[in-house]
Design a protein around this ligand. Structure first.
Ligand code: NAG
Length: 93
């Protein structure tokens, strides 16, 4: 009988750890979301020029561009292959 009581306590503790503390849970979810933004783009160097109405930025590859859009919640579109005219540097990560 006592064993069942202990088991019950353990079970409740585990369940509340999983389902309880919603703030902790959402923190974890946002961490996961952030992490999934940062794809490993490897060493690929295939520069592109992308931008929106406000500015054009050169990226080392489309992979880097999609990380940038994801992290900054932007939706820059590819304008042309190669770096943007006018320099300004190339984002590599
Ligand atoms: C971005 O590049 C396009 C194509 O070269 C150009 O037409 C546009 O004016 C540029 N935009 C800015 C904000 O520099």
């Amino acid at each position: 009988m006592k064993v069942y009581f202990i088991l019950l306590i353990v079970l409740v503790t585990i369940l509340s750890a999983i389902y309880g503390a919603p703030s902790k849970g959402s923190t974890k979810a946002s961490l996961i979301k952030k992490k999934s933004c940062a794809k490993d783009c490897g060493e690929v160097y295939k520069p592109i020029c992308a931008g929106d109405a406000n500015k054009n930025i050169s990226f080392g590859s489309e992979c880097v561009l999609s990380n940038y859009n994801c992290e900054n919640q932007k939706d820059l579109k590819v304008i042309s292959e190669g770096e943007c005219p006018g320099g300004g540097g190339v984002r590599l990560a």
